[in-house]
Design a protein around this ligand. Structure first.
Ligand SMILES: NC(=O)c1ccc[n+]([C@@H]2O[C@H](COP(=O)([O-])OP(=O)(O)OC[C@H]3O[C@@H](n4cnc5c(N)ncnc54)[C@H](O)[C@@H]3O)[C@@H](O)[C@H]2O)c1
Length: 252
């Protein structure tokens, strides 16, 4: 069976590199029209857009600024007229342990929450309003294994922010199913991207691979395939579900 995303209009956040880029590539190859959001990596975002062609449209937005997030959604809705799927993929992982100075730690905590949780909450709210006046839609949130297993002391804020979107996703699924609005959570383990590279440089490759049941680390395309499946509507009766894509490193 081929995944068909023709006529699907999809927002993909954090699409300039890593997992978001792989999601964009696969969804366009399945026929979707995509709005690609990036923050600072203009050159690589433009490269992705150029490779994908006229089905891909680029938007710059800093998710640490709620007003910008709001405007970003409004702009896409105006350009695309109809949005069918929102993929909340953008995220940051700031190294920040509690031994740090209070103010610096709070700054890291708040920034993490702004990008990983508050922006996801606001975009989901906007998507729900939009879906309710159209024919429904789906929200796919990229969480993390860390939300369930916990993380190191350096990434407590990261784990907490990723845990926040579990409750958000499940609430949307329960509250808006009758409006044909679905919500899903994907919880990756280590995925070979720039974000994981920073972690591996810090803790070593062995730390990242020692828990894997499979023989190699998850690649961005492994997450992208799952997103394509969920975006297609073939798995709508799994709304509210969490999908672990972590090479068997944490099974719960
Ligand atoms: N790579 C992993 O091992 C891993 C594991 C579990 C979960 N995840 C999650 O998957 C998602 C993608 O991760 P990745 O590894 O591809 O990361 P990445 O660092 O390669 O890419 C992150 C993307 O988020 C965007 N972004 C960063 N800060 C932003 C901001 N302030 N405003 C708007 N956009 C911003 C960037 O432009 C980029 O496109 C993240 O939510 C991450 O937490 C990743």
């Amino acid at each position: 069976m081929q995944i068909n995303l023709k006529n699907k209009h999809v927002i993909i956040t954090g699409a300039s590199r890593g997992i978001g880029k792989a999601i964009a590539e696969l969804l366009v190859s399945c026929g979707a029209k995509v709005a690609l959001q990036y923050n600072k990596n203009k050159n690589s975002a433009e490269k992705v857009q150029k490779t994908l062609g006229p089905k891909a449209h680029l938007y710059q937005c800093d998710f640490s600024n709620g007003l910008e997030v709001n405007e970003f959604f409004n702009e896409v809705a105006e350009d695309f007229k109809r949005i069918d799927v929102l993929v909340n993929n953008a995220g940051i992982a700031i190294k920040s342990n509690p031994e740090k100075d209070d103010i610096a730690w709070i700054d890291d905590w708040l920034q993490t929450m702004d990008v990983n949780l508050n922006a996801v909450g606001l975009l989901s709210k906007k998507a729900i309003q939009h879906f309710k006046t159209h024919e429904g839609g789906s929200i796919i949130n990229i969480s993390s294994r860390a939300a369930f297993r916990g993380d190191t002391k350096d990434y407590m804020a990261y784990a907490a922010s990723k845990a926040g979107i579990i409750g958000l996703t499940r609430s949307i699924a329960r509250a808006y199913g009758k409006d044909n609005i679905k919500a899903f959570l994907i919880a990756p383990g280590f995925v070979r991207t720039g974000m994981a590279r920073d972690f591996i440089e810090e803790y070593g490759e062995e730390y990242a691979t020692k828990d894997l049941a499979l023989d190699h680390m998850t690649e961005p395309k492994d997450i992208a395939r799952f997103v394509a499946f969920l975006a297609s509507g073939l798995a709508d009766h799994a709304t509210g579900g969490t999908f672990d894509v972590n090479a068997g490193s944490y099974v719960h």
